[in-house]
Write a protein that binds this ligand. Structure first.
Ligand code: PLP
Length: 363
């Protein structure tokens, strides 16, 4: 039997999302997947260990709706933020990636128009393709600000990533509010990197009902592997998201780790401050080289532009030879850039030394 013939038509021209390389041997510096530079703090690790030892917790299904986590998100994590307060306005998912998928499940019929920016997080296009959406890409300006045309868009969903991966710039709230008021459908703002930024659009949720804000425990709370993300939106939307999600989408260890991270958030935020300081230090040091420039970033990564495209690849490969991974996108308009995740002080220093040695050859 020709098995491929049985696949959905949509898969004929489908390119899967390519997850970042995870080298198995020691000695690599991973500055290509925007993970948090630090492991979870000891208090969170202890709560995870205790939970694993509690065999009964593992034996049983977790709370399907993650009520404890939802309550803690609203009553503790976002307590000081000017945003929604009813627990029916928060959803938890298996990372923000799953939340994106659930949003498509709720809103997208085959052929519906989904508006997204270029460049942005690659998974948006992959999911839109899987749901057979019509994709409209709006090219960001040269400095990664949105063009005026964003206020004349029609469609079912608009996906905004703020700060935007790969360049790191946030969208300002006036722009997001104006989009919500002019767009014909749902506006999703993915704030996966919010913990490294001074900006958030959470307060807009009280002003418009067509906005969904997605956040993650992967980056700002170092829990990428445990897969917990959350979304805030009007209760009508959250209810439907809970109706269509798979029953046990988040696991108990992830839920406990998220609860513990919320409890110890002040200490975690202090740790994140080091990443923000290191972002500033590395940006300033790199700006001193001729032939490159660094985009301003609100996230835990920076986007470095090389005047010369061929130099960009030489840096990529020479860094890899020195066991340092950074991210290059082989896509129009992005060939001259490398995205570099901010590591620990030691990692950034090793990166900078390697970068300087390579620069002596090519810049
Ligand atoms: C913009 C953006 N959104 C979402 C994610 C995925 O987050 P999560 O681990 O919560 O699924 C990433 C991961 O790199 C990202 O860059």
């Amino acid at each position: 039997m020709d098995l491929e013939n049985l696949f959905r038509d949509i898969l004929k021209n489908y390119s899967a999302y390519e997850p970042g390389e995870q080298p198995e041997e020691d000695g690599w510096i991973k500055l290509h997947t925007n993970e948090n530079a630090f492991p979870p703090i000891p208090e969170v690790i202890k709560d995870i260990k205790d939970a694993i030892q509690e065999g009964d917790l593992i034996r049983k299904y977790p709370d399907s709706l993650g009520l404890e986590v939802r309550k803690a998100i609203l009553n503790q994590l976002l307590r000081d933020k000017d945003t929604l307060t009813n627990r029916n306005t928060v959803f938890i998912g298996n990372g923000s990636d799953e939340i994106l998928d659930v949003i498509f499940k709720v809103f997208i019929n085959s052929g519906d128009e989904v508006v997204m920016f270029y460049p942005t997080y690659g998974l948006y296009k992959v999911i839109a393709t899987l749901y057979d959406a019509k994709i409209s890409e709006i090219k960001l300006n040269e400095d990664f600000t949105p063009p005026e045309s964003i206020f004349n868009q029609k469609g079912k969903l608009m996906l905004i990533n703020s700060p935007n991966n790969p360049n790191g710039k946030s969208f300002n709230n006036d722009v997001i509010l104006k989009i919500c008021n002019t767009f014909s459908g749902i506006v999703v703002v993915d704030e996966a990197y919010a913990e490294f930024s001074d900006y958030t659009c959470l307060s807009l949720l009280k002003k418009v009902n067509n906005l969904i804000v997605i956040r993650s425990f992967s980056k700002g709370f170092s829990l990428a592997s445990l897969r917990i993300g959350y979304a805030l939106a009007d209760a009508t939307i959250i209810k439907e998201m809970n109706n269509v999600k798979l029953p046990y989408n988040t696991n108990i260890i992830g839920q406990i780790a998220a609860l513990s991270s919320i409890k110890h958030r002040v200490k975690i935020y202090e740790q994140n401050k080091k990443i923000v300081e290191e972002r500033k230090i590395l940006t300033e040091k790199l700006e001193n080289f001729n032939g490159i420039s660094v985009e301003p970033s609100d996230a835990n990564f920076i986007f470095v532009k090389f005047d010369d495209k061929s130099t960009t690849l030489k840096f990529l490969w020479d860094l890899k030879d020195l066991k340092i991974l950074v991210k290059h996108f082989s896509k129009p308009g992005l060939y001259n850039y490398l995205r570099i995740t901010i590591g620990t002080k030691e990692e950034n220093e090793r990166f900078f030394k390697a970068f300087s040695d390579i620069a002596a050859k090519y810049l």
